[in-house]
Design a protein around this ligand. Sequence first.
Ligand code: ITT
Ligand code: NA
Length: 194
Amino acid sequence: MLTFVTTNPGKVHEAEQYLGSVEQLDFDYTEVQGEDLGAIAAHGAREAYREAGGPVIVDDSGLFVDAFDGFPGPYSSYVESHVGIDRVWRLTEPEDDHGAKFRTVVAYCDGEGFEASDSTDSVRDGDPPVKVFEGVVPGTIVAPRGDGGFGYDPIFEHDGTTFAEMSTEEKNAVSHRGRALAKLGDWLDETGRV
Ligand code: ITT
Ligand code: NA
């Protein structure tokens, strides 16, 4: 069974549509500061693999607001807990440009090697290889609407609907995470790992 190493049960719920039942391991791996999502996720997947001892995925995500040159990006978790999504909306409101993107990198590690053409992450000596899958979705920052989802979902609108107003299936069909998970699911099938 695949273990999703995360403190966020909302991520696990969204993953079940693509991966069937996954086990959540609530382990707070080190998030390397000042790094991009891919590096954070790859580092996290290696650490999580050592902790879990079997196939793992980790997911590092962020909200990138165009008017703030991509902030909060890798700092999205800190900003959600210390500033809050209402104030992120109010900071964005006076800007001309309300555009934003959600990005996610899902990193997979099972301690096995991958085909050279498959290995999108650099492999250092002695480190288990990691395979990464990215997803991105454009949207608009709006005043909070909706009760579903988690995190920034109430202030992120895509095609007229906030993520918090969508069902899990509707969000997955267009979201950053849905796109990354669909690629992971295909790759697990193709490589006979399921
Ligand atoms: P783990 O790192 O333990 O997996 P986390 O919630 O801290 O859980 P991230 O660092 O990847 O996860 O998330 C950064 C922030 O972005 C955090 O505040 C999340 O709530 C938020 N976030 C991530 N994915 C989201 C989504 O699909 N919709 C809304 N907010 C999201
Ligand atoms: Na986190």
